[in-house]
Design a protein around this ligand. Structure first.
Ligand code: UD1
Length: 341
């Protein structure tokens, strides 16, 4: 069994946690990253947690010749593709940045996988493909809605590219994991999310507010048709999410996949409101957060959470970490980052 994996974007938030879990599960990992939205310090964190120096190549996944050298040199049979931009608002302002980077990197990798006869690929998809779903929770069969941002469009297009490529390429298997809202950090506080500039996402904004870097958290809308008026999301712990990648790779490496292209929701199955998350953060870390209610943010859906039955049954995976522990880890990581600046 080939237990070697190329992790494209392995220095990033989800990538670095996945590298740690793969290493723990006995995989040998080759990381490719160009630090366009990550930091070399995550490689130190990986080394400290695992005790293993990860193989690292600094390259842009859109650079076919650089990637060809990686394929020539290392004989991994599986690839996990994280190398993509992820800010919804930025994608609206700079669509070409998203289409170029997110699509070209994946196309390049898939072409090389075909050329070099590599077999298994996991793609980082997103709950954004469901848009404003009519029936909740969403299952993998819930129809995808037209994308509302170029970021979302790249996720839908990449899923389709993967599906088409798998069917056209003998021996190629693909799994798209649709992440809900990844939050938290490794319990060691040695790796975590490193947002550039002002964070768009809720939890980094919360931790930076608690750290005094941001004055006040704005809760975007308290007039949604939900129990407390704020939006509902499915917040998945980053280590749980990382483990889902390991089991997805193992499923394909061991030939247990039922179809050559499969899709799984990766969430907790539990809706949590923005107010609940904020109060949970305060309780878990015994602190008070400065927050206020503000206007709704354009483009936000009222509610989305996962039906995780398929991942539970087929992957044998389920979210395990308690929200309390996740929110504590997020805060420990923020303090660690501030202490090291
Ligand atoms: C969005 C995308 C998701 C993408 C993710 C990564 C959609 C529908 N979702 O998730 O696909 O993977 O970003 O960037 O496109 N909030 C506040 N105050 C803040 C920040 C957020 O109240 O300062 C609220 C939002 O209104 C939302 C919730 O917190 O209800 C979560 O927001 P966020 O963390 O930005 O994630 P999503 O928008 O759900």
């Amino acid at each position: 069994m080939n237990k070697r994996v190329l992790v494209a974007g392995g220095a990033g938030y989800i990538g670095s946690h996945t590298v740690v879990e793969l290493t723990k599960a006995g995989f040998e990992v080759v990381i490719v990253d160009n630090f366009s939205n990550s930091d070399p310090s995550s490689l130190d964190g990986i080394r400290k947690i695992t005790g293993i120096e990860p193989i690292f190549v600094e390259a842009d996944c859109c650079d076919k010749e650089a990637m060809r050298r990686v394929f020539e040199r290392y004989d991994f049979d599986s690839v996990i593709h994280f190398a993509a931009f992820k800010a919804v608002g930025e994608s609206v302002a700079e669509p070409m940045k998203y289409y170029r980077n997110n699509l070209l990197s994946f196309v390049t990798i898939l072409e090389l996988m075909k050329e070099y006869g590599r077999h298994n690929v996991v793609f980082s998809s997103s709950a954004t493909v469901y848009g404003d779903a009519e029936v909740l929770p969403v299952t993998e069969l819930t129809p995808r809605k037209p994308a509302t941002s170029p970021y979302g469009a790249t996720k839908q297009m990449s899923e389709d590219i993967l599906r088409d490529m798998v069917f056209a390429t003998e021996g190629l298997n693909g799994i798209a994991l649709r992440y809900f809202n990844p939050i938290g950090a490794h319990p060691s506080a040695l790796i975590g999310e490193l947002p550039r500039g002002v964070p768009n996402n809720l939890v980094p904004y919360i931790t930076q507010t608690a750290a005094g870097i941001r004055e006040c958290l704005s809760i975007f809308g308290d007039d949604y048709p939900t129990p407390d008026g704020s939006c509902l999301r499915d917040y998945i712990d980053i280590v749980d999410l990382a483990r889902a990648h390991v089991v997805a790779i193992e499923r394909m490496v061991e030939g247990r996949n039922k179809e050559r292209y499969e899709v799984f929701n990766v969430g907790t199955g539990r809706p949590v409101s923005v107010f609940e998350l904020v109060k949970g953060f305060e309780a878990a870390n015994e602190l008070k957060l400065n927050y206020k209610v503000a206007a709704r943010r354009a483009g936000d859906v009222t509610a989305v959470w996962a039906d995780t039955t398929l991942a539970n049954e087929e992957l044998g995976w389920r979210a395990e970490r308690e929200l309390n522990d996740t929110l504590r880890a997020a805060w420990e990581w923020e303090k660690y980052v501030r202490g090291n600046k």
